[in-house]
Design a protein around this ligand. Structure first.
Ligand code: SAM
Length: 327
């Protein structure tokens, strides 16, 4: 059906849509559309539109679905969801503000929009965030049926690793002893416990450990999760020789902790070692470092070499699943 639409350049789309909505002129029953750099906003009364706007007759489909950020902006913005926080990565401040407004106006639950303001850094692997809309950086994120309370300004969490975590968690059998050396808020530890493992989870960040304990409670696995705050090289000492499985997800520093990983290993143990390496030899350095750390004590067999994701140009985030069998 042809309806009157205000035509403006895409860059002016959001401001125009807001103005028309405030004036009660926005036709919410019809889809906004984009063509050749212009955005067409359906209106209910062409006569009432201020003179400075160009009004044209145009086909506009009836709106059936929910409003998306793309409907508001005129293009699909790139963003990531973590609970009710939307994460964007936009350099231009004006563009970042427009994207944030569009996300807040769209029809899905979003309380806060943040922009990446630094790289992940420091011992706690936390990033700085610029809050673009809403407030509060604490949220509840759901992953494969478990919920995690966390504050992205205080702890590390990457929803992009969900599939990888699930791959590891699916290998866990009931009754296993599992150690998560760098547990964060528990996205490995909690689901491993839910599969029936006894889990020791360590982190040097006190806030991560608080959230981890809370997340174990929320997911009904407090009894099976022992959360330890501190540097795993000292804190997990009493669990030497205990583990059937060790998760080591601190990719930049993996090699500094391999002696500890081997010390934690029991008679037969699978080590999931995360690493970041050049694409020319993404697995070699990790594999050699594990063999060095295992020495004559363990036979080392690499069961899986997996590229988890691209980390930076020519750099890969990888995981080695390595079986350590005591000789
Ligand atoms: N495994 C979690 C996940 O997938 O979300 C967190 C991984 S994050 C990359 C690494 C974590 O290791 C951070 O929470 C950081 O605080 C913790 N960490 C850094 N150095 C540590 C150390 N020496 N001992 C224990 N934890 C440490």
């Amino acid at each position: 059906m042809r309806v009157p639409c205000v035509r403006v350049p895409v860059e002016a789309g959001e401001a125009t849509r807001t103005l028309l909505a405030d004036a009660g002129l926005l036709d919410g029953d019809r889809e906004i559309s984009v063509e050749d750099g212009d955005i067409f906003v359906p209106v209910t009364d062409a006569e009432a539109v201020p003179d400075e706007y160009d009004v044209v007759e145009r086909e506009a489909a009836e709106r059936t679905g929910q409003v998306t950020p793309a409907d508001v902006l005129g293009y699909e913005p790139s963003y990531e969801r973590l609970g009710d926080v939307a994460i964007v990565d936009v350099d231009d401040p004006e563009e970042a503000r427009r994207v944030a407004e569009a996300i807040m106006e769209a029809d899905f639950p979003c309380e806060t929009v943040v922009n990446r303001a630094s790289k992940v850094r420091g011992e706690y692997r936390v990033r700085d965030w610029e809050v673009l809309a809403g407030d509060g950086t604490e949220t509840v994120h759901r992953e494969y049926g478990h919920e995690f309370l966390l504050d992205i300004a205080e702890v590390y969490f990457s929803p992009r690793l969900a599939t990888e975590r699930h791959r590891v968690i699916e290998q866990v059998a009931a009754g296993e002893h599992a150690v998560d050396m760098f547990a964060g808020v528990g996205p490995f530890a909690v689901p491993m416990a839910a599969r029936g493992a006894d889990v020791v989870a360590c982190d040097v960040n006190p806030r991560a450990i608080e959230y981890l304990r809370e997340n174990a409670r929320r997911n009904g696995v407090s009894e099976q999760v022992t959360a330890i705050e501190g540097d795993v090289r000292e804190a997990a000492g009493e669990y030497e020789g205990w583990a059937d499985r060790v998760v080591a997800n601190l990719p930049h520093s993996a090699s500094d902790f391999l002696d500890t990983a081997v010390a934690l290993a029991g008679e037969d143990c699978v080590l999931h070692l995360y690493d970041i390496q050049h694409e020319d030899d993404p697995f070699g350095p990790g594999e050699r470092a594990v063999r060095d750390a295992a020495g004559d004590e363990y036979e080392v067999r690499v069961e899986t070499r997996r590229e988890v994701r691209s980390y930076a140009p020519h750099e890969l985030n990888v995981c080695l699943d390595v079986r350590l069998s005591r000789v």
